[in-house]
Design a protein around this ligand. Structure first.
Ligand code: NDP
Length: 483
């Protein structure tokens, strides 16, 4: 198999890394190297920042309609290349092609289109304090900003960050995950194809330790929008403490999926399966702690196992497959270590990999079947730590107050899903649960206008809608007295 060489995208051009060093990139479904990406260093980051600085005066002084035009052009380019990008994303991540077609690439397009529209609707406040005094708020772009994204939804999360930053008039230096660089590289090619203004968006590939750290701690970076693990978020916050940057941290989750006996049983089982195992459980919003009211617990576990057996695990490029490979050998080893831990903690694992049949080309791939664990208490590490794989635990509860306490007994607070037909209980639980996003009788339904983000160890700041554009601006109040 030929190995593709990826480049950085700086000042409107594809550039090799200045040190000529590359990293291998492996296809998770086969375990084979299929591309190499720049192992960028401080010099590459400086070059990208210089380009972003140079482009800022012109980009920020465009009127919003003109910025909107460019974002829409990029959205259209994604739509025109939808299938090519879906295949690339599936190859890069190991996720099923049907998912990259319907979710990842579609959403990348939607993010850019949404913020193309938002650019023209963005407004600020004005207050008549008394008949001769007016206060108005100026929201001005910051300058070059950093967008750092993880590997689980590569193009989707990259565009979720760059789109509001660009719409608000900033220039961007982005660093995608070294594990999944391919679609970001293809996006830079699309930028070149449509003549996107040089230096406005720059993409530097490489490791977090080298390129990521050089970028986030650079004095010229005014804001950092980061999505990734909680420990990395803390490291970035600490490293930049004295630089007074704006920071938005979208971090890990260990989300409760709570099922009351009065729910719509079939729909709850179906969605619990989807919430636990979509993208092989590698979504920050996955419902990985399932709590079921005791009167339906046995039936629920049995129905879950039946539904899990129907999941078609296999080669992600096969359109009939709905469960693919984990992202890397390291990540698979980490997830498997949690299965050993869960056993040591007294858990019973209800599935095995033994009957997994894979096509020949996938024999070296990173596959693990969807796994359900029973018999663990809430305090054990398997229930407290983010595993970020196809592993869900299931526990029973006997009252609303008990399940609320169990759900909130977690360092994380990203999302929760509650299943009940009791309206009063739905509102009470939504209000009392410690999570930035609550779904009632659904999961992962997203409206891009709504604020998105977590509480506690799941992060700080809210992205989404105008909230995201406001993050990427400096807010100044002007008070005018014309007495
Ligand atoms: P990581 O925290 O390992 O990495 C995220 C990004 O940060 C990568 O691009 C990484 O580079 C980079 N990075 C690592 N160290 C530094 C550093 N010191 N300075 C600057 N950048 C750095 O997360 P993963 O990629 O493993 O993603 C999985 C995590 O992301 C999970 O915890 C998941 O819950 C979370 N996540 C949260 C979401 C949310 O919205 N709350 C959404 C999606 C995922 P490198 O390529 O070297 O790793």
């Amino acid at each position: 198999m030929s190995v593709i060489t990826l480049d950085n995208y700086i000042n409107g051009k594809l550039c090799p890394p200045t040190n000529d060093q590359y990293l291998d990139n492996v296809q998770p479904a086969t375990g084979q190297v299929y591309s190499r990406l720049p192992q960028s260093n401080e010099q590459d980051v400086n070059n990208a920042l210089q380009a972003a600085q140079k482009a800022f005066p012109q980009w920020s002084s465009l009127n919003p309609g003109e910025r909107s035009h460019w974002l829409q052009k990029l959205a259209d380019a994604i739509a025109d290349n939808h299938e090519m990008l879906a295949q690339a994303e599936s190859k890069d991540t190991g996720k099923p092609i049907q998912l990259t077609r319907t979710v990842d690439i579609q959403r990348a397009h939607d993010n850019l289109r949404f913020f193309a529209h938002a650019a023209t609707q963005f407004s600020s406040e004005s207050h008549a304090t008394n008949p001769r005094t007016i206060n108005y708020t100026l929201r001005q772009p910051l300058g070059p900003v950093a967008c750092i994204s993880p590997w689980n939804l590569p193009l989707y999360l990259l565009t979720w960050k760059i789109a509001p930053a660009l719409a608000a008039g900033n220039t961007v230096v982005a660093k995608p995950s070294e594990v999944t660089p391919y679609t970001a590289y293809l996006l830079s090619q699309l930028c070149i194809d449509i003549g996107f203004p040089a230096g406005v968006l720059n993409i530097v590939h490489g490791t977090g330790q080298q390129a990521g750290a050089a970028l986030t701690t650079h004095d010229d970076i005014k804001a950092i929008s980061f999505t990734g693990g909680t420990e990395t978020g803390i490291a970035i916050k600490q490293a930049t403490l004295r630089q007074h940057k704006k920071i938005s941290l979208e971090l890990g989750g260990k989300n409760p999926f709570i099922v009351f006996a009065d729910c719509d049983f079939k729909q709850a089982v179906e969605t619990a399966c989807r919430a636990a195992f979509s993208n092989q459980g590698q979504i920050c919003l996955c419902g990985s702690r399932i709590y079921v009211e005791d009167s339906i617990y046995d039936d629920f576990v049995a129905a879950m196992i039946e539904r899990m057996k129907q999941l078609n695990v296999g080669d992600p490029i096969d359109p009939k497959v709905d469960f693919g490979a984990l992202v890397s050998a390291n990540h698979l080893a980490k997830v498997q270590s949690y299965l050993d831990l869960a056993k040591a903690e007294g858990g019973e694992i209800l599935t095995t990999n033994q009957d997994l049949e894979l096509p020949i080309r996938c024999q070296e791939g990173y596959f693990l079947k969807p796994t359900l664990i029973i018999g663990l208490n809430n305090q054990c590490r398997s229930n407290q730590e983010e595993i970020f794989g196809p592993v869900a635990t299931i526990q029973k509860f006997s009252s609303q107050s008990e399940v609320l306490q169990l759900a909130n007994d977690s360092p994380y607070g990203l999302a929760a899903s509650i299943w009940t037909n009791d309206l009063k209980r739905a509102h009470q639980m939504s209000s009392d649960i410690e999570a930035g996003i609550v779904w009632v009788n659904c999961w992962l339904l997203r409206d891009l206008r709504t604020p998105f983000g977590g509480m506690k160890a799941s992060g700080m700041g809210r992205e989404g809608g105008f909230e995201a554009m406001r993050f990427f601006t400096e807010c100044k109040n002007v008070c005018i007295n014309y007495r």
